[in-house]
Design a protein around this ligand. Sequence first.
Ligand code: G3H
Ligand code: ZN
Length: 286
Amino acid sequence: YFDNGNQIFKDARREHYAVGAYNTNNLEWTRAELRAAEETRTPLLIQVSTGAAKYMGGYKFVKDMVADQIDSMNISVPVILNLDHGDYESAKECIALGYSSVMFDGHALPVEENLAKTKEIIKLAHERGISVEAEIGKIGENQGADGGELASVEDAITFYKAGVDKLACGIGNIHGVYPEGWKGLNFDRLKEIADAVPVPLVLHGGSGIPEDQVKKAISLGIAKVNINTEFQLAFQKATRKYIEDKKDLDTANKGYDPRKLLLPGTEAITAAMKEMISWLGTKSID
Ligand code: G3H
Ligand code: ZN
C-alpha cells in the first residue's frame, strides 16, 4: 500500500519543489487528504503524531484506516505513511507495523544520544525498506516569537553520514500559529545546511509561513513541508460557519447528522490542501 517516498523526495529536492506532509487526525482528515492528492494526481505523505494516534486508538488502527481508504477510494497516486515526531519506542512500533516512513525525533536528547538512537532506528527501518527522518536543532513552540534552536551544519553532516533519508532542521520555524513578531526563517542557515548535505530537508511548522518564504525555502533545498494547524483552522472555520448559519438546527434536513455536520470542514481541508500543493509546486505523477 505504501511507498517509502525516498525517490519522491530525492526528485523533489533535485527539481526544487516540495511534497506536503499532511497530518491526519481522524477519518475525515484522512479522506479529505487522500481526495486532494488523487484529484491533483500528486503523491501524498500522510502522517500521524503520537497524540493523534492515541486519540484514534493506536498506530495499528491508523495504518489499517489509511490502507482501507486507499482501497475503498481507489487511490492511485503514491501514498507514504509516516510516523510524525516519534520517540524511540513509537518508531520501533511503527516499523514493525509496516509504516513506510518514520520520523525519530531525538532533538530533546543530547546530540550524541540522538545520533545513537537515530542510527538504531535507521538500521531497523532500512532492513525493511522503510525511510527515516531525524531532527536536529529545535522547532520552536508557539509561545513567544522565539523560533527554537538553529540546527548546526556540523550536526547536519553527521546525521547525513549516519544515513538519514530526510532531515528536519530548526531554521527559525515554529509549530502551530506563528506569533506576532516572528523573525522569519533563517535562510542563511538553511543554505549552509543545504550546501553541505544533499539529503531532502524538512520544514516543520509549515502552517502560516508566508508564501514567499515557503517558496524561497524550497528553492534552497526544502523538499518536505509539514502541515497540520492549517487544516485544523480550515476545518474550524467551515464548521463554525455551518453552525453560525444554524444549519445544524435544520431538523427537516437532519443538519445535525454528523455526515452533514462534518462535511463543510472536510471539504475545506481538501480545498486547503489543493492550495498548499500549488504553493509547494508538488509535481503530478502523470
Ligand atoms: O510535524 C508536524 C508539523 O511540523 C506541523 O506543524 O501544525 O505548524 O503546521 P504545523
Ligand atoms: Zn513537526
